[in-house]
Design a protein around this ligand. Structure first.
Ligand SMILES: Cc1cc2nc3c(=O)[nH]c(=O)nc-3n(C[C@H](O)[C@H](O)[C@H](O)COP(=O)(O)O)c2cc1C
Length: 321
């Protein structure tokens, strides 16, 4: 099965492991790339040396392509741009901003640039700026999100641009993957299911929160001010909800609310503080119940999609207009 994305990136499976801050390190990304998907290091707010150490880890394990996610709001964004060019990284995904000012340098270095977009307008703008593909990420996803669902966003972005679209948000098995391919995506990006991969170094308490979550256990915080973020309900999300009420009454500032998020993902992923930290995860967490290897996850997504697409094709084969 080939798509423009598998051809462009030379990967076997049309599956990206989302570049998740603190979670997607060199070990996780290496395991995904080695097994035939696209592993992506989450640059997050990490300084150059940290991202470089993760790149070194992947290079030590596999020659397969991998990516780096650059969080454009990071104070180290400029350094990470220099780093991916120096290191000959093949693919960059970008979040939280507009990568326009770096586009020429990326392309001169032969880097494939794939911004994450939450809307049709942004997808069009990225195409005009020269992006090679876009990741349309629905609000079912874990982490920082936009307003549209995967179902509505992927469909509309596929219609609006000519570059390939990767669909993200809410995919954790072959059926979900098949659905996103049916909407016109040429690859999928998966985050939440990879957080609990055997090769993921996320704290066991963080993984357990996902493994035990039910369908309705995530909430979106900071949607009134700041950057909306989806995570599993806990003391932090209650604190956000209270702070937002106080903000509406004029008793708290935007900075007070933003302050709640500072360091919160790290506290949960690295230290295992799943009560007061941010347990970012998508709505599909309720369906993620097992720790498996990245290879098994990729195979389940890919062969599961193939099976369901073939079964459905048979069911529809005799329908004629
Ligand atoms: C813990 C966590 C951290 C994330 N951090 C980032 C990030 O730093 N940059 C980014 O572009 N996306 C980030 N994401 C989003 C993922 O890359 C991916 O697009 C998303 O998880 C897909 O939806 P799913 O969670 O339903 O699989 C994060 C997601 C999670 C669960």
């Amino acid at each position: 099965m080939k798509t423009r994305i598998t051809e462009l990136l030379d990967i076997k499976y049309p599956i990206f492991q989302g570049g998740m801050a603190w979670v997607a390190d060199g070990d996780l990304a290496a395991a995904v790339s080695k097994a035939g998907g696209l592993g992506i290091i989450g640059g997050g707010n990490a300084p150059k040396e940290v991202v470089k150490a993760n790149i070194d880890k992947i290079k030590a394990v596999t020659d397969r392509p991998f990516g780096v996610n650059i969080m454009l709001l990071s104070p180290f964004a400029d350094d990470i741009v220099d780093l991916v060019i120096e290191e000959g990284v093949k693919v960059v995904t970008t979040g939280a901003g507009n990568p326009g000012k770096y586009m020429e340098r990326f392309h001169d270095a032969g880097i494939t640039v794939i911004p994450v977009v939450p809307s049709v307008a942004l997808a069009r703008r990225m195409e005009k700026l020269g992006a090679d593909a876009v990741i349309a990420e629905g609000m079912e996803a874990g982490g920082h999100i936009g307003k549209l669902t995967t179902m509505t966003l992927v469909r509309q972005v596929v219609d609006a641009v000519n570059i390939p679209v990767i669909g993200a948000g809410g995919v954790a098995d072959g059926r979900g993957a098949a659905a996103v391919f049916m909407l016109g995506a040429e690859a999928i990006q998966v985050g939440t299911r990879f957080v609990v991969a055997k090769e993921s170094n996320a704290h066991q308490k963080f993984k357990n929160k996902i493994l035990k979550a039910k369908d309705i256990d995530t909430v979106v915080s900071a949607s009134i001010v700041g950057h909306p973020v989806r995570a599993i309900k806990n003391k932090l999300s209650s604190a956000y909800a209270n702070a937002e009420k106080e903000f509406l009454r004029g008793e708290k500032s935007q900075e007070d609310i933003e302050e709640l998020g500072a360091g919160a993902l790290r506290n949960a992923v690295v230290d295992g503080d799943v009560d007061n930290g941010s347990v970012m995860a998508g709505q599909i967490a309720g369906f993620v119940t097992q720790e498996e290897t990245c290879e098994d996850i990729l195979k389940d997504l890919y062969y599961g999609a193939a099976e369901i697409i073939k079964t459905e094709a048979e069911r529809w084969a005799d329908v004629e207009k």
